[in-house]
Design a protein around this ligand. Structure first.
Ligand SMILES: Nc1ncnc2c1ncn2[C@@H]1O[C@H](COP(=O)(O)OP(=O)(O)O)[C@@H](O)[C@H]1O
Ligand SMILES: Cc1ncsc1CCOP(=O)(O)O
Length: 333
């Protein structure tokens, strides 16, 4: 529970492996304190503001093939961002629509037979027409059908792959990456964000996608650069679709055509800032969800300047010259 937020005593508590954003520790080695200790650079603030503004001004048509649980929240999150949502998830239409849309989200949370036909059609079209697309491999690994589908569509070069730590570790494992132990539970993470760093980097390098790992301290990497995002609130984990709707939001930000690493950072920061605003006045998950949509609508450039917590992390690799170079180039972005 955050210091600014007083959750009703009857409300469910946040998931065990996650802590609130104002706490000075987390299960991740890189702590939320490190977000406070690493101010966001002025250049990064400007970049986030510019991408956020471009989304609001361009009203991107955002095509979602997503799970049945989160369609309502995801559509509302997109509207609040200034985007136009469209849930077009049947074969025979999804390819045509992906060609027309500004960006596409593929979320594999409830891959029914129709969606399993619509997904390959949509990603093939997105690739053919140069449209950015986001993959959210919900529950990958434990479940055979979505796992096969996730691996198959990696060939269509997603722009951003987003998931919790367990999903990213598992997707890297099942698609031929260096095997890493994972303890995910269905759609929930059982692994810390820090433990997913090697898998996220490898997955990014192997697929050419930016990989965004959500949790108490989000991680965003293109394989050679790493950014951390300290915005967010644990109440997002108590509203179904808190992670999946971030995928839709990421697609809208990717539609701007800017560097996908920076689009992902901007989306994570703005989404997290809105969550913080909502948590400050919510009484529990129900009111949080409503206030969250309000906050996504009302956040402005001043809020981004004051509250965005995005900072580079050095690459944990033998080649220190690369990591120093990458941190420097991000600061300059
Ligand atoms: N302990 C936490 N404190 C603050 N924000 C969090 C915390 N855990 C998750 N979040 C935020 O919640 C959103 C959804 O993340 P997550 O729960 O990891 O997704 P998923 O539903 O896919 O498991 C992200 O914006 C993330 O930053
Ligand atoms: C509950 C559930 N079951 C299949 S998909 C889904 C939604 C998960 O959404 P999120 O991980 O964003 O809460």
């Amino acid at each position: 529970m955050s210091a600014t937020h007083s959750m009703a005593s009857t409300a469910q508590q946040p998931k065990e492996n996650q802590v609130d954003q104002n706490s000075d520790f987390s299960v991740d080695g890189a702590t939320r304190q490190s977000a406070k200790d690493n101010p966001t650079s002025p250049q990064m603030i400007q970049t986030i503001q510019a991408i956020w503004k471009k989304v609001r001004e361009s009203n991107p048509l955002t095509h979602c093939i997503t799970n049945t649980v989160v369609q309502f929240l995801s559509a509302n999150v997109l509207l609040a961002a200034g985007a136009s949502p469209a849930m077009v998830d049947i074969a025979g239409e999804s390819g045509d629509f992906a060609a027309m849309a500004s960006a596409l989200l593929i979320n594999l949370g409830t891959p029914n037979p129709e969606q399993r036909k619509a997904v390959p059609e949509a990603v093939a079209s997105a690739r053919e027409h140069g449209k950015p697309w986001v993959l959210d491999p919900v529950g990958v690994g434990a479940l055979r059908i979505r796992t096969e589908l996730a691996v198959r569509i990696l060939d269509y070069q997603p722009t951003i792959i987003r998931g919790n730590a367990s999903e990213i570790i598992t997707l890297n494992n099942v698609s031929g990456g260096t095997p890493t132990a994972s303890s995910g539970k269905g759609v929930d993470a059982g692994d810390s964000v820090d433990s997913a760093i090697p898998a996220a980097q490898e997955l990014a390098k192997r697929t050419g996608a930016v990989v965004a790992v959500s949790g108490p301290l989000d991680l965003i990497t293109d394989g050679s650069r790493i950014l951390r995002c300290g915005n967010g609130d644990a109440l997002l984990t108590l509203v179904t679709g808190g992670g999946c709707s971030l995928g839709a939001y990421l697609a809208a930000f990717a539609s701007t055509g800017e560097d996908p690493l920076l689009c992902a950072a901007a989306a994570h920061a703005c989404y997290g800032i809105a969550a913080q605003h909502a948590a400050a006045i919510a009484k529990g998950p129900g009111t949080f969800a409503a206030y969250f949509l309000d906050a996504l609508t009302s956040i402005n450039e001043g809020d981004i300047a004051a509250e965005a917590r995005i900072f580079p992390q050095d690459i944990p690799s033998d080649d220190t010259s690369d990591s120093q170079a990458s941190s420097a180039s991000i600061q300059e972005a």
